[in-house]
Design a protein around this ligand. Sequence first.
Ligand SMILES: Nc1ncnc2c1ncn2[C@@H]1O[C@H](COP(=O)(O)OP(=O)(O)OP(=O)(O)O)[C@@H](O)[C@H]1O
Ligand SMILES: O=P(O)(O)OC[C@H]1O[C@H](OP(=O)(O)OP(=O)(O)O)[C@H](O)[C@@H]1O
Length: 231
Amino acid sequence: MTITIGLPSKGRMKDDASAIFEKAGMKIVAVGNDRSYRGRVEGADDIEIAFLSASEISREIGAGTVDFGVTGEDLIREGLAEADSRVEICARLGFGHADVVVAVPEIWLDVDSMADLGDVAADFRARHGRRLAIATKYWRLTQQFFSRQHGIQLYRIVESLGATEGAPAAGQADIIVDITSTGSTLKANHLKILSDGVILRSEACLVRARKAEHEGNAAVARIIEAVRAIL
Ligand SMILES: Nc1ncnc2c1ncn2[C@@H]1O[C@H](COP(=O)(O)OP(=O)(O)OP(=O)(O)O)[C@@H](O)[C@H]1O
Ligand SMILES: O=P(O)(O)OC[C@H]1O[C@H](OP(=O)(O)OP(=O)(O)O)[C@H](O)[C@@H]1O
């Protein structure tokens, strides 16, 4: 069986992901020229590398078209329903740290927690004639956190594909759910994170598609062991 590993082809995780594999004794070499989206591991003919974007990796692992991948936990949990039954997080890799958070305008002085936000959502329609609007690209995580974990049902999600932090000032939404690492984008947009508003602490992970053929496969076990050994 050939084992396919999805690695980031671009973006902030690209270099660190390749470096982890190299450190673990799996040197990645491109097949063909530098712009090729296929690679292999030196000395391991049974491993193939597919270079994909971080969010494609999450999707392909869910579909089982790659066996392993390196991507952010946020993209796994946002991209896949019932993620834990479909994929295994084999290792947390120590880079690509970012938190998915609920942030509200700093001037909402009496809103500090999800309970406070629940109160605001409950009488938002009476006060403003519409539901509380949340700008985000994290639909699934937002719904799980608001509806299932906090019992907040009265809101509307406004899809945002970029510059999410600007949505409240632009009047497109009231609050946001987005990723933050240093916090400087939130600050620049006068937003604050709620005290219990961290939905997920994400980082880059080695993720495996749960497949029957992996059971008892020595090469699969070796890849996991090699990566874990250097962390
Ligand atoms: N400051 C940050 N902003 C956004 N994402 C970050 C940040 N720090 C780490 N990450 C993580 O990086 C991953 C996304 O990486 P990147 O933005 O490089 O992907 P991408 O190449 O843009 O993918 P795609 O084009 O498919 O969206 C996510 O898992 C995210 O959690
Ligand atoms: O907390 P901070 O350190 O300020 O980082 C957070 C910001 O960084 C990312 O945007 P980026 O500009 O990287 O663009 P992208 O979302 O298109 O990757 C992310 O979407 C946030 O807006």
